[in-house]
Design a protein around this ligand. Structure first.
Ligand code: SF4
Length: 369
């Protein structure tokens, strides 16, 4: 069976990462029966087998044939660190020897007065990132390449093995800017949210962008059902551009216009991510401006404590950035709520492990492991 390679990744072709319809087309195009694609798809995402030999519905002859041309594993676990708070951080190796991270974060949520457990997987979408946010460890890894859709879905399948509770939420908030790998992210999302795989619900899947406007517009025009979060981190164009160089290209007023367009098209609210930095974005003027921005359409604001990077600092890391004090953090969130804004406080999960985005992969690069 011959299938064209989808990406720059060398070696046997990945079987993971094809939405069912695409897998069926590939099988048909290669002279295989359509129902075999469904059997392979179910084996990967429902039975969650690890090898082609474990796909026992396929005849032995077919398994042997597939084994020479395909691989079922797209990411290989190198290390897992577990925090006292239950957060688990995974370092995965890719086919070409590069490394990425995923983080599994347990938390409570409130639904109709009940407190079921939420288990959120934060997945990476690129190897490194070229957006250069000054507070981010991944930024110093620079962009090596986009992840394939197989490498994105396999983070879920491998991470799930480390919990007896099902993963309930996915956030595209790991290494990389998901909008800059839009097609593969959406392919992975199709698999995650497929009724057949029952991996996660669309409403529990969130794409988080640094504010890449064309991706936001595309999501709006395509009527994507998953949720949208935007890393805002500042209430003025000037401070935002200082923290996130991409804000020079996609400026704050245009970003807000794009989000309003998104809301008009989808009627879905937007979440703003807001890391609090001492003296930079945590003043009364920021509260007022953020309140005005947040009230322009239905939004939530996630206020996040800055997770100081305490290992060998990457070259471009901005040493002057400090977290707001606990008192200032509390004051800021209270003041924002008083502005009639829906505020969630995000705790710093996994503070005792290298849980900040990019930290573990950076350590690997640094040590050459
Ligand atoms: S915060 Fe996200 S977008 Fe910014 S550099 Fe890090 S990975 Fe890239």
């Amino acid at each position: 069976m011959k299938i064209a390679k989808r990406d720059i990744v060398e070696g046997p072709i990945e079987l993971k990462g094809y939405p069912l319809v695409e897998l069926e087309q590939l099988f048909l195009g290669a002279g295989e029966r359509k129902y075999r694609a469904k059997q392979v798809y179910d084996a990967i995402y429902i039975q969650r087998v690890d090898s082609i030999q474990d796909m026992t519905l396929l005849p032995q002859e077919m398994r042997d044939r597939f084994e020479s041309g395909f691989r079922t594993q797209s990411v290989k676990l190198l290390t897992v660190q577990e925090s006292k708070d239950g957060t688990k951080k995974f370092l995965f190796e890719l086919w070409d020897g590069r490394a990425i991270e995923s983080v599994l974060i347990p938390s409570e949520m409130i639904v109709d007065g009940e407190h079921p457990r939420r288990l959120t997987l934060c997945v990476s979408t690129q190897v490194g990132c070229n957006l250069g946010c000054v507070f981010c460890a991944t930024a110093s890894l620079k962009l090596a390449r986009n992840l394939t859709s197989g490498e994105i879905v396999d983070q879920f399948l491998q991470a799930q093995k480390f919990s007896d509770k099902p993963i309930t939420n996915i956030v595209f908030m790991g290494m990389g800017e998901p909008m800059n790998n839009y097609d593969n992210v959406m392919k992975a999302t199709q698999i995650f949210t497929d009724q057949r795989t029952k991996m996660v619900a669309s409403r529990r899947t969130t794409i988080s962008t640094a504010g890449v406007i064309p991706g936001i517009i595309r999501m709006a025009d395509e009527g994507q059902l998953i949720k949208l979060a935007v890393s805002l981190h500042a209430t003025t164009q000037e401070v935002r551009a200082e923290l996130m160089p991409i804000a020079k290209k996609y400026q704050l007023p245009e970003l807000i216009e794009a989000l309003e367009y998104y809301y008009r098209k989808t009627h879905k609210s937007v979440t703003y991510e807001y890391i609090l930095f001492d003296g930079l974005n945590d003043t009364l003027a920021d509260v007022k401006r953020l309140g005005r921005l947040a009230r322009r359409m239905p939004t939530k604001v996630n206020v996040i404590p800055f997770h100081e990077i305490d290992f060998a600092l990457p070259e471009d890391f901005n040493m002057s950035l400090k977290p707001s004090s606990t008192e200032q953090f509390q004051w800021f969130t209270d003041a924002l709520r008083a502005e009639d804004v829906q505020v969630n406080v995000r705790s710093s999960a996994g503070l005792d492990i290298d849980a900040a985005c990019g930290q573990l992969a950076l350590s690997k690069e640094g040590t050459g492991q």
